[in-house]
Design a protein around this ligand. Structure first.
Ligand code: HEC
Length: 175
């Protein structure tokens, strides 16, 4: 019987090792790039969440498809009056308006909401709102998004409450 310690590595094992090294190398390079970017636009790698990066992420993830009113005068990401097609759920007002928006939400709650599709108390939202952790979003991106949403101009825009029985029965969808 051959002992693993003395057996020369097979070609497949060598190829695997090279592939792993390549991925790790790319990861390091990507990490450096990110750090350098932060140093330029945010004052250093420890500068924390960035509303500018959050704005970019919101555009790339197309949050506006459900949260942007077609009437631009109603404000940026102030929600939609029509339900998400095929549902009775309404993309909510994401601005920090105290009456109709997310004024009371802290950044951590907003980030958790986007990552896991939960409300401020950790209860599941209607499934029309994606859980972005499933789409590869990490905590840094979610916190960038939270910083951006908190930087929006508060827009008074009342959006109908979402219903998605049995999770949220109609008539029990909030105030
Ligand atoms: C396919 C439609 C859709 C997309 C895309 C979408 N959302 Fe939503 N979102 C919703 C709906 C519908 C709700 C309301 C769910 C409910 O009340 O149960 C919601 C709720 C939320 C909430 C909770 C707010 C509150 O007041 O309850 C946050 C925060 C949020 N979305 C942020 C985002 C962000 C950020 C993105 C992009 C990364 C995004 N959403 C993309 C449909 C969507």
């Amino acid at each position: 019987m051959m002992r693993d310690g003395t057996r020369p590595p097979s070609r497949a094992a060598e190829r695997r090792a090279r592939a792993v090294a390549l991925v790790l190398g790319l990861g390091l390079v990507a990490g450096c790039g990110r750090g350098a970017g932060e140093a330029v636009d945010a004052g250093g790698p420890d500068a924390g969440p960035s509303a500018a990066r959050g704005q970019f992420a919101v555009a790339v993830r197309q949050c506006g498809a459900c949260h942007q009113s077609p009437n631009a005068g109603e404000g940026v990401l102030s929600g939609q009056d029509a339900p998400v097609p095929g549902t009775r759920s309404y993309g909510s007002n994401l601005t920090p308006d105290p009456d109709t928006g997310m004024d009371a939400w802290d950044a951590g709650s907003i980030a958790a909401s986007v990552l896991r599709s939960v409300d401020g108390d950790g209860r599941p939202l209607c499934p029309a709102m994606p859980a972005y952790a499933d789409a590869g979003m990490g905590a840094d991106e979610a916190l960038d998004i939270a910083a951006y949403l908190q930087s929006l101009a508060p827009a008074w825009h009342l959006v109908p409450p979402s219903a998605c029985p049995p999770l949220k029965p109609a008539g029990d969808a909030g105030p």
